[in-house]
Design a protein around this ligand. Structure first.
Ligand code: SAH
Ligand code: DHB
Ligand code: MG
Length: 233
């Protein structure tokens, strides 16, 4: 069976297992479900992280005691909400989230407001690369946890800025680095795949002595993909 066939055959099973685990662990918080519904109604693409992945981000935020979180790629604010909710009782809790699209930002703001999380969120609209450059230039305090989930072609560029917005112990997570396995194709012409490959390569090229990184492949309701996880030490 070719990898593609295996994926299409197994995908319904991955989705069923996600559903089973969401129920078993009571992960589908009603407030956040309403967000996904509002995103659907507004015609946003259903490319938010899954509920179980949201719970994973929340666990990582709590485990690291994160107070200041940086997110790149807001969409409708679903992942923002999981992060904000996880850190909301921390002193100085803040999720700064960067979004290019004014319409996405508006929907995210309304969603986060309805969820009571808006006071914790600093939403910056514009190309993330420019916002990050500005944050670095203006000596923004380092972030404890960084979640990269915007345009994949720019991941390497984001990584370089993010490294300058980190401290020892900062946890960095990037979504969608496996891309149905295409990340392992050195011939790929896909800009997103190239971007992710460049981002991975940067860890040995530039950050070998400062960052420790791994990739975890995932399957589930969102198909076959994976996360990059790295810590600055
Ligand atoms: N993190 C969200 C999903 C983000 S989808 C969640 O899991 O709920 C990716 C988002 O990145 C989209 O909203 C898209 O508009 C945004 N984006 C794309 N290019 C961007 C750029 N150059 N700067 C900032 N945001 C960008
Ligand atoms: C896409 C973006 C994402 O962040 C994701 O998790 C899935 C798909 C996309 O742009 O297609
Ligand atoms: Mg993503």
């Amino acid at each position: 069976m070719s990898p593609e066939t295996a994926e299409s055959t197994l995908k319904p099973k991955w989705a069923r297992v996600d559903e089973y685990c969401e129920n078993a662990l009571d992960v589908r918080d009603s407030e956040f479900e309403a967000m996904l519904e509002s995103n659907r109604a507004a015609g946003l693409p259903a490319i938010d992280i899954s509920p179980l992945q949201g719970r994973m981000l929340a666990i990582l935020a709590r485990a690291t005691g994160a107070r200041r979180v940086l997110e790149i790629g807001t969409l409708g604010g679903y992942s923002t909400a999981w992060l904000a909710q996880a850190i909301r009782f921390q002193p100085g809790a803040l999720v700064m989230t960067l979004e290019l699209d004014q319409r996405h930002a508006g929907i995210a703001m309304a969603n986060l407001y309805r969820a009571g999380l808006w006071p914790l969120v600093d939403l910056r609209v514009g190309p993330a690369f420019d916002t990050l450059t500005h944050l670095v230039a203006s000596d923004e305090q380092p972030f404890d946890l960084i979640f990269i989930d915007a345009d994949k072609a720019e991941y390497a560029g984001y990584l370089h800025s993010c490294a300058r917005l980190a401290r020892k112990g900062t946890l960095l997570i990037a979504d969608n680095v496996v891309r149905h396995g295409e990340v392992a194709n050195p011939e790929s012409k896909d800009k997103s795949v190239r971007g992710v490959q460049e981002c991975l390569a940067a860890f040995t090229k530039y950050f070998e002595f400062e960052w420790e990184a791994t990739v975890i492949q995932t399957v589930g309701s969102k198909g076959y993909d994976g996360f990059l996880m790295a810590v600055r030490w």
